[in-house]
Design a binder for this molecule. Sequence first.
Ligand SMILES: C[S@@+](CC[C@H](N)C(=O)[O-])C[C@H]1O[C@@H](n2cnc3c(N)ncnc32)[C@H](O)[C@@H]1O
Length: 207
Amino acid sequence: MLPIEIDNNKLNDSKYWDKKYTSNNTNWDMKSSTPVFKELLSKSEFISPCRLLITGSGKGYDAIEAAKLNYDVTTVDFSSEANKIAKEIAGDLSNKINYLQTDIFDLNKTHKNYFDAIYEYTTFCAIDPKRRKEYVNVLSDVLKSGGKLVALLFPVDGRGGGPPFNIDIIEFYKLLSKKYILEFSTFKINSIKPRAGKEVLQIYKKR
Ligand SMILES: C[S@@+](CC[C@H](N)C(=O)[O-])C[C@H]1O[C@@H](n2cnc3c(N)ncnc32)[C@H](O)[C@@H]1O
């Protein structure tokens, strides 16, 4: 029997994501900032105000929290609808956030070694799993040496199908281990109820 090829090409198309936003089919959206990220920003143990990139930023709540604390925040999301909504939600603070409506996979053409830190949440799980290595390589290209990759990995509960596609923590570590040192990893985080036990916070430092 031939193996079944799943067509995830639609995920590479910003219009697929635009439609999700215009039809309000955004079940990943928490309607507020991520408690885990907010806590991390306030503790400043691993990151402090710097040039921060937030990938697949959606409605941009986390960017607002970082901007309030004087991070130099850039968000990247190729959905024009997501960007439109994010700017509306941010209001006056939108002037303090650099919204890039670009394909993440092109970011290394314009922002090589540019960011001090990157925050990744629910984007690695939303792209075509075949492109995961490419995604990690782009992030590495745009991060400065010594820069931090803050990855809140969801979902790690072994589910099938997607998006969101399951993240195998060991595979994720292997993808990064050549270019990064893992500094911190924990399941003991302030997750929202439906995601409790299904996500892990990891902080990597680029070599
Ligand atoms: C599942 S949503 C998560 C949004 C946000 N992180 C959140 O938690 O609300 C994934 C987001 O990544 C964006 N995205 C997916 N692939 C992308 C790509 N190649 N370049 C830029 N943005 C992308 C989508 O437009 C969408 O807003």
